[in-house]
Design a protein around this ligand. Structure first.
Ligand code: ZN
Length: 578
């Protein structure tokens, strides 16, 4: 009886408050706060009430609920249909979810967010999903570009993936000579650590078959000793100084950067991402895109170069900014090569490569120690890229050293990728409080590359099971463009460890759907010190969520990646709708 009476009073209170706010034109909250001494006051009306849903909150206190109410961009109530509907007042929008599944907005902790490339460049592979292309199609696309480009200017191709080629052989210098002999031509592997050049580019860079490999990179050769056009990691820096590139006015550059960011923001939300850690990019353009109302996702902006120097010099620490654009960790400080392109630094030689090759270490321990110490002392969250066990060991050595010299209470240094682990590394990651942002979509997308490493390695790679069992809050780091960023593709891979080709690798590292949801949401929030404001559906947190057409717990696990994203909501506002 008492409950019923209260409900009626609440309802009347709601109507009154609604009228008051309209009448004064004041902010709704301030009107209600003015009456807050009345203990018996009505709960405030919500902006949006979502009910009749199948909600996985990723909140241990109430993991499964039916409904929630949102006010001022945050969850104001999370619970039953009945309770949520009590917050419907004048002006409240309502949404009957018709039993569809809702999860917190997904968080990607490592993304190169190259919107300009998606918009303006020649894409020789599919950025978002598994698709096989022919070498002929690559030549054809680049030839068309060359025909519209003055001789001597670079012709670039992006999103090449050497294991998504129908021809079943490596792209080489002869293929690219068919594009042009008058232009330097380069095809960039989507992994970002290897590129393929034509003869003109090699000639302009003065590289011959007799040129020795520089530290941290290689000029690859075919079996007869001739350059085959593939060049890895640091050996590519000579190409920065040769050939001509299209120039743009400052104004044009800014416009392109804005268009690129607005474009990729749309792409992120289309796949359910509401927060993304950006590896650098144009910070001004990012703020302009936000001001123009075209930023649909939240950004943890990871710094390097002059901005990092400015932060250190001026005492600006990680966390500066607001809930939409915030300065995060540093961008990945690279210590070794790539997993997908087989240049990461590992403790035993790669299979079937002569002379024996153990990958590229791209930084000395002393230089790494000095860099980590400097950033750590400045109160900026350190973030290093380390794939192989050798590189992870080096990074941990530097983190342990910095933390010993200048102990910080909660440093959470990031290890981007943190791919190949062992028991000793796991203990040290846990002890120093590091947060790995491991590959997400690779287990599905890159399964065609795992034979280069073998099952022994894959049992210890992208080791989400090992991380979680060791109490390490591993987060999701798609590494787009190297990997597609679709969180559902990532979740499917984490749960099944089975790739597009039906092969299963490292099944011991499988995690449950619930665990994979947490990795892609709450653990991502933890990685940027934002677990108090996002990453789960809980009262007081930012109202970031995704409506899925089907429940990933119930569909065939091989079809999780195909679940339709029905709606993506950030801060209570719909930012994508199917
Ligand atoms: Zn990266």
């Amino acid at each position: 009886m008492a409950k019923e009476r209260r409900t009626r009073r609440e309802f009347l209170g709601l109507a009154g408050a609604g009228v008051a706010s309209v009448a004064t034109g004041a902010n709704f909250d301030s009107v209600v706060f003015g009456q807050s001494n009345d203990v018996d006051k009505a709960p405030q009306a919500a902006d949006l009430v979502v009910y009749n849903a199948n909600i996985y909150t990723v909140d241990g206190n109430a993991p499964k609920v039916q409904a929630f109410a949102i006010r001022d961009g945050r969850f104001a109530l999370v619970g039953s249909n009945e309770n949520a509907k009590r917050m419907i007042g004048k002006g409240t929008q309502t949404l009957d979810a018709k039993r569809m599944t809702i999860v917190p907005g997904f968080i990607d902790c490592h993304n190169h967010a190259g919107g300009n490339i998606l918009l303006y460049e020649v894409l020789v592979g599919n950025p978002f999903m598994v698709e096989f292309v022919t070498i002929a199609s690559i030549i054809e696309k680049l030839r068309a570009k060359a025909q519209a480009t003055p001789p001597g200017f670079w012709v670039d191709g992006y999103f090449f993936d050497d294991t998504k080629v129908k021809d079943d052989r490596q792209l080489n210098v002869h293929d690219l000579d068919q594009v042009s002999k008058d232009h330097p031509v380069v095809v960039h592997h989507r992994g970002g650590h290897t590129s393929f050049y034509n003869s003109k580019a090699l000639e302009l860079a003065n590289i011959s078959k007799d040129t020795p490999n520089p530290p941290g990179g290689t000029y690859d050769r075919d079996p007869t000793g001739e350059l085959n056009g593939r060049i890895t990691d640091r050996a590519r820096t000579v190409f920065d100084k040769i050939g001509n590139r299209a120039t743009f006015t400052e104004q044009q550059k800014e416009q392109r950067n804005r268009d690129g960011l607005a474009h990729i923001s749309k792409q992120f939300t289309r796949f359910g991402l509401t927060s993304v850690h950006h590896e650098g990019g144009d910070l001004l353009a990012l703020q302009q895109v936000r001001a123009g109302g075209e930023l649909r996702h939240r950004v943890s902006y990871e710094v390097s170069g002059s901005l990092l120097e400015a932060m250190i010099a001026n005492g600006i620490m990680t966390g500066f900014g607001d809930e939409w654009i915030k300065l995060g960790a540093t961008s990945e400080h690279t210590v070794d090569g790539s997993f997908s392109e087989r240049t990461m630094a590992i403790s035993r030689p790669y299979l079937d490569i002569t002379p024996p090759y153990k990958g590229n270490v791209t930084e000395t321990q002393d230089d790494l120690n000095a860099w980590v110490e400097r950033v750590h002392r400045a109160g900026i969250q350190v973030n290093c890229h380390a794939n192989g066990d050798v590189a992870i060991d080096m990074v941990l050595t530097a983190y342990e050293r910095a933390q010993k010299l200048y102990p910080l209470p909660d440093p959470r240094p990031k290890i981007t990728h943190c791919t190949l682990i062992n028991d000793d590394l796991l203990k040290r990651i846990k002890a120093v409080g590091a947060v790995p942002a491991a590959f997400t979509t690779y287990a599905y997308y890159n399964t065609d590359k795992f034979h280069f490493y073998g099952e022994d390695f894959m049992k210890r790679s992208m080791a989400y099971r090992s991380f979680l069992d060791a109490g390490i809050p591993a987060a999701a780091g798609s590494d787009f463009s190297p990997g597609p960023f679709a969180p559902l593709m990532g979740i499917q891979g984490m749960v099944t460890r089975t790739g597009w080709n039906g092969q299963t690798w490292g099944a011991n590292q499988r995690i449950s759907v619930d665990e994979a949801l947490r990795v892609n949401t709450l653990n991502g929030a933890y990685a940027s010190y934002e677990e108090r404001i996002k990453g789960s559906i809980a009262v007081g947190k930012l109202a970031d969520f995704v409506i899925l057409a089907e429940d990933p717990h119930l569909v065939d696990q091989g079809k999780i990646k195909d679940i339709e994203i029905v709606r993506t909501v950030a801060g209570g506002t719909t930012v994508y709708e199917a």
